[in-house]
Design a protein around this ligand. Structure first.
Ligand code: AHG
Ligand code: MN
Ligand code: MN
Length: 356
């Protein structure tokens, strides 16, 4: 496979830097460290029960969730692989209550790295795709000791974001602000090779992803949207839809980046998800940067996710993201209020009076 047709991650990032001069080698080196961490997690996950990595770690994290052994292992791998290189000042993890500054004797870099080291943990023991999600911000006071508040930047300030998905093959998908690019781990040579340059999301779709078992807790605009999709060709949408739910956000987003779709994890009336279930800083923001860079939209229903100014590191956020036409329709339903009539010129749907 000629290298120029499938450049390695390092070649691609350095070429992009040279063509744009938009960031120094520090960010390239940091992303290469992150890629190494993803490779190490991929091999640890692949070891499965043979390496005794399945099951619970018998500990509860800051999210109040019981940690899987692989959550803890992946968290350690990410920190060890990224704190040494001198490119980050501190890291923040789904699995750590507070940000972790790089050790005193390590050089402090200009970036803040945030990550969900293992996304989709409930799928580990049943061998369904899981992944890792990462987000890169600039340290506001380079060279200075990092304070927790330094992480509380809106997602629009990310300089890079991406994920690895540990599926039939291991893929790395990332953006540094110039489009979204997909790399496949070459299991023989051990490097990530460019396989999907400039990933873009079709504006229209017939596929939605939601955990429908929560429908009784949803707000009216989300209920309306999903019911209309379920009504299919005989309903107000006039076409049939397909539903997916993998319970691994990385897998849902990867599918959307490859073939379109819309993903919903909305806020609902349950005490633990009044502000949504997914975490803003290391799930919502990185995925929203990828989705927007690929031509899609990402909203809470009423607000652009990347505009949210965080109050706390582990805050949750409602997420509706993917194909632009569908996300805009859902936003229109939120704007319309309880007795909606779709009159936005974008849609040719009939005006609807609903009891929902
Ligand atoms: P994590 O494993 O990091 O906690 O993330 C799991 C998230 C996300 O990946 C997925 O979309 C969602 O939880 C699934 O939630 P339900 O189990 O409520 O469907
Ligand atoms: Mn997650
Ligand atoms: Mn996780």
């Amino acid at each position: 496979m000629p290298i120029h047709e499938h450049p390695t991650l390092a070649q691609f990032l350095l070429q992009d830097k040279r063509s744009r001069g938009a960031f120094g080698t520090d960010l390239v080196q940091l992303l290469l460290d992150v890629a190494q961490a993803c490779k190490a997690v991929s091999r640890t996950v692949a070891g499965g029960s043979l390496r005794g990595v399945f099951g619970s770690a018998n500990a509860v994290n800051v999210q109040g969730e019981t940690q899987a052994k692989l959550d803890v292992l992946a968290d350690e791998i990410f920190r060890e692989r990224t704190e040494f290189g001198g490119h980050v000042a501190a890291v923040a993890s789904e699995e750590q209550e507070e940000p972790v500054p790089v050790p005193q004797d390590y050089p402090r870099g200009d970036f803040l790295l945030l990550y969900d080291p293992l996304d989709g943990s409930s799928n580990i023991d049943v061998n369904v795709s899981v992944g890792s999600i990462f987000s890169v911000l600039r340290a506001p006071r380079p060279g200075e000791p990092v304070e927790a508040a330094d992480f509380l930047q809106p997602g629009a300030r990310q300089v890079a974001a991406g994920y690895a998905i540990y599926g039939p093959s291991t893929k790395l998908v990332l953006t540094v602000g110039s489009g979204v690019h997909g790399f496949t781990l070459d299991p023989v040579l051990g490097d990530f090779r460019l396989t999907r340059p400039n990933m873009t999301i079709p504006a229209a779709t017939k596929e939605f992803a939601v955990n429908a078992s929560n429908s009784r807790f949803w707000e009216a605009p989300v209920k309306r949207y999903v019911e209309e999709c379920m009504a299919g060709a005989e309903g107000p949408r006039g076409k049939d839809f397909n539903m997916r739910w993998i319970a691994s956000m990385v897998a849902e987003v990867h599918r959307i980046l490859v073939r379109g779709g819309v993903f919903l994890y909305p806020r609902d009336s349950r005490p633990g998800s009044r502000k949504g279930r997914l975490r803003l800083m290391y799930e919502g923001n990185p995925m929203s940067m990828l989705i927007e860079q690929a031509g899609g939209l990402s909203t809470t229903g009423t607000e652009r996710v990347l505009d949210i100014v965080p109050d706390e590191l582990h805050q949750r956020v409602p997420l509706i993201l993917g194909s632009a036409e569908e996300v805009e329709r859902i936003q229109a339903y939120h704007r319309a209020g309880p007795e909606p009539v779709i009159d936005t010129p974008l849609f040719n749907a009939r005006g609807l009076f609903r009891t929902a």
